[in-house]
Design a protein around this ligand. Structure first.
Ligand SMILES: Nc1ncnc2c1ncn2[C@@H]1O[C@H](COP(=O)(O)OP(=O)(O)OP(=O)(O)O)[C@@H](O)[C@H]1O
Ligand SMILES: [Mg+2]
Length: 444
């Protein structure tokens, strides 16, 4: 075996851990053992170079919770669950959540080795593909449209590339304006169906009967082909899937069941999450939900993206400034803090809107970003003080980067000017610029 893949064995019973570990070590695997899910999570994360074998019944965090946690960290990590005799429903549930496979007690050692071998091969392929993609950069232009360097955005890019290449249906959910439609495009563009049909259908606010005919037929004389036909062989995007009436849910499911595996047409269902409202799972019949949610992408709200907020604001500010032929608005330190802490109920769409208005204001030479934010949400003071569990350090760093970036802009790259204004010694300023990837030459 080239550089052995690891196998993490998680079981609260020491005898069990050891016997599995010994057996697999004899078969040439590099094993490590953990007495609890909590312990394992300290070592096993995204890009873990191996696979996990975990017991389901454990005190503290049990195997199912552990599995869900792992899937949220790295959805392609193979996890093999150990189930006791008669745990069939649990095994089924585990598979639904994303387990790679399960092993029933008492073990058949050969099956265990076989599974471990297959799972590690799959893992190696995933990691190799990831490494290759990282080397090649993100490729497609559409991926470049996705601005953001926060950990959630990095994960989103990985997910798009992983799921894009898979064949199955995908469910995307998230609040309004978080980029769901953009991500649906990206999934199509990076996947095997790129270049084939890409058909977007809005399901909300339509008459049930008319919608049924538009989706599945029959077509009226001289009318358009039904959407499922238009999308054949490509991607069918169903916007606002939560609005699909029950009768049409049944038809959609029946149509999907006729698609074969892998499906001829890929469905990307988009669900709009209202704050505190019902989720997609509440609105869809369970069989349809599970069918769609085998692969799921949840877009984080803008307020959970930390420093990306400033990056997006700067990016769109520059873009509009170019469009309107004027300078990008200067963002004061206080305004940067307000941008970071605003609740952003309209997410990225709202941010784009504010960036555009800020550019227009600064062209007129009046108004501030603060006033735009205030007008957008009157309760800005009360609503902004939450930090949503983000570390203070993240705020401080994003803020510092923004402040230096802005001051450099205003001083057109004059180091002395910036040192003076920010009361920073030259060395500290240089260090901070290096840390944040800011280059003087960009401001001259
Ligand atoms: N990460 C991102 N980087 C840059 N622009 C983005 C990003 N995500 C979304 N956008 C832009 O934000 C706007 C809103 O995105 P999009 O329409 O995809 O959101 P949505 O979640 O589908 O919204 P809705 O719920 O209203 O359908 C678009 O102009 C899109 O190009
Ligand atoms: Mg949309």
């Amino acid at each position: 075996m080239a550089q052995a893949m690891k196998i993490a064995i998680v079981d609260d019973e020491q005898d069990m851990r050891q016997s599995i570990s010994q057996w697999l070590a004899l078969s040439g695997f590099d094993t490590e053992t953990f007495p609890s899910a909590e312990e394992a999570l300290k070592s096993v994360g995204q890009d873990y170079p191996g696979v996990i074998i975990s017991d389901i019944r454990m005190p503290g965090m049990d195997g199912m919770q552990f599995l869900k946690k792992l899937m949220s960290v790295d959805s392609s990590l193979p996890v093999i669950m150990i189930t006791g005799h008669g745990d069939v429903p649990m095994a089924v549930e585990a598979m639904r959540v994303g387990a790679y496979d399960f092993l029933e007690k008492p073990f058949n050692p050969d099956r265990m080795t076989e599974l471990a071998k297959k799972a590690t091969q799959v893992r190696r392929m995933t990691l190799d593909a990831r490494a290759l993609r990282r080397e090649l950069g993100d490729g497609g232009t559409i991926m470049k449209k996705l601005v953001g360097a926060s950990p959630v955005m990095e994960r989103l890019r990985e997910d798009i590339l992983d799921l894009g290449q898979a064949d199955g249906h995908v469910l995307i959910d998230g609040e309004t304006g978080t980029g769901k439609t953009l991500v649906a495009h990206a999934l199509h563009a990076v996947g095997a169906k790129a270049g084939r049909k890409f058909v977007v259908v809005r399901l909300a606010g339509q008459d049930e009967e008319a919608l049924g005919a538009k989706l599945f037929g029959p077509i009226e004389e001289g009318g358009q082909q039904p959407f499922v036909e238009q999308a054949r062989g490509g991607t069918l995007v169903l916007e606002d899937i939560e609005a699909l009436p029950m009768s049409l849910q049944a038809r959609l499911l029946a149509w999907m069941n006729d698609q074969g595996t892998p499906p001829e047409t890929r469905v990307v269902a988009i669900c709009n999450l209202q704050e505190g409202g019902r989720t997609c799972e509440d609105c869809l019949r369970p069989d349809l939900f599970y069918r769609l949610a085998q692969m799921k992408i949840t877009l984080p709200p803008l307020r959970a993206r930390g420093e990306d907020i400033l990056m997006l604001f700067t990016r769109f500010g520059d873009q509009f400034a170019e469009e309107y032929g004027c300078a990008a608005p200067a963002v004061s330190a206080q305004e940067a803090a307000q941008l970071l802490q605003a609740p952003w109920p309209g997410n990225i769409r709202q941010l784009i809107n504010i960036a555009e208005r800020a550019v227009l204001q600064s062209r007129r030479g009046s108004g501030t970003i603060s006033s735009l934010l205030m007008n957008d949400h009157d309760d800005v003071e009360g609503a902004t003080m939450t930090t949503e569990g983000k570390p203070l350090k993240e705020y401080v760093e994003a803020f510092e980067r923004m402040l230096i970036d802005n001051t450099m802009r205003r001083h057109k790259g004059s180091i002395v000017g910036v040192m003076d204004e920010l009361c920073l010694p030259r060395r500290t300023l240089n260090e901070k610029m290096a840390k944040y990837g800011l280059q003087r030459s960009d401001y001259i």
